[in-house]
Design a protein around this ligand. Structure first.
Ligand code: ZN
Length: 338
């Protein structure tokens, strides 16, 4: 099984402060009465990786470097790794949710906390698919946990460090994210809007849906024997479909409810959707290739162009129907070099 083509971008001088994410005043509002279900995440930030922050990140080449070099792989937003594609040790560490559960139980402060907000996004996305997968695809949804980690993590798909960006691992049915990735997105990749966060998570859960529906297995079969460009095109179709599923979730986000039946969002606005589209634009393959100083090479696209990522997110958002509007595999408009 081949690994997806990856383009490596070096980011120099990254510091994990939280000031870069912009919270727009007319943006989404989370319901302060919605209970936050932390059982849907696994907090591994306290374990492994050499402690908090980025202090434990290995710095390639050793001393003499100002700042920290982070390798961001083009699997960004979001990766999809097959079994053993990451290399290193497979296996799962266990987390400890004591702190995050305590923190997110405090209704007066939970919504100001990055991690608690992200748990709520996960709650909303899974609440949506719990109803939508049977409705649109006639299949039962199987919940998937999101693992919060810092620096490094061991997964069913191999070991990974933060530089690979958020990803979904079909081998253990989990989404993995180091929340400091949002700073990379905001500062280095030019997508500072807060709605980038649920968009990223909804994209990764889109991969989980593809896993549950067998789409990923079909895609791998279609890749077999094809040229590298043809294999990459299959990957693009998978990724654009995950973007479309993210848009579908956004369409329904304000209908989603917490465990106790409270709406999770008070409001979601045009400016949020615009931030979603802006994010999709900033993480298109052509934009990332340009940003990394390389020439644009369509044959190496694995996630789709900026235009296509925006187009499919919007297609999902506009229709709200994942069965009708997200078949990127049947859609003739997704072609190599598009
Ligand atoms: Zn993806």
């Amino acid at each position: 099984m081949r690994a997806p083509t990856r383009l490596v971008i070096k980011i120099i001088g990254y510091s994990p402060d939280t000031s870069a994410v912009s919270v727009s005043e007319d943006g989404m509002e989370l319901n302060e009465n919605a209970d936050i279900d932390t059982s849907q995440v696994e907090d591994q930030r306290g374990s492994g990786g050499g402690g908090g922050g980025f202090g434990g990140l290995p710095i390639p080449g050793g001393g003499g470097l100002v700042g920290i070099i982070i390798t961001v792989v083009l699997a960004l937003v979001g990766g999809y790794f097959g079994v053993n594609q990451l290399g290193g040790d497979s296996g799962s560490s266990t987390g400890d949710n004591t702190n995050i559960t305590q923190e997110c139980a405090d209704k007066t402060t939970a919504r100001t906390k990055l991690d608690c907000r992200n748990v709520l996004y996960v709650n909303s996305i899974q609440a949506f698919w719990t109803e939508a997968e049977p409705e649109y695809f006639g299949k039962q949804y199987q919940p998937a946990k999101t693992v919060l980690f810092s620096n490094r993590v061991s997964t069913g798909c191999g070991a990974a460090d933060s530089g690979v960006g958020p990803f979904y691992c079909p081998a253990d049915d989990r989404v993995y994210i180091d929340l400091t990735f949002y700073q990379v997105l905001a500062k280095q990749l030019g997508a500072p809007g807060e709605f980038a966060q649920p968009y990223v998570l909804a994209h990764e859960y889109g991969h989980h849906i593809q896993d549950l529906l067998g789409t990923e297995a079909k895609m791998r079969a279609a890749q077999k024997g094809g040229s590298e460009a043809e294999q990459n095109l299959q990957s693009v179709k998978l990724e654009l479909q995950a973007d479309c599923y993210a848009g579908v979730w956004a369409h329904h986000a304000t209908e989603t409810k917490s465990k106790s039946g409270q709406p999770i969002f008070k409001s979601l606005t045009d400016s949020d959707i615009q931030e979603g589209l802006d994010t999709a634009k900033q993480i298109g393959d052509d934009t990332l290739q340009k940003q990394s100083g390389g020439t644009v090479n369509p044959a190496e696209f694995t996630h789709g162009t900026s235009a296509d990522r925006q187009k499919w997110f919007k297609a999902g958002f506009d229709s709200g129907d994942p069965a009708k509007s997200c078949d990127t595999f049947a859609d003739g408009s997704v072609v190599q070099g598009d």
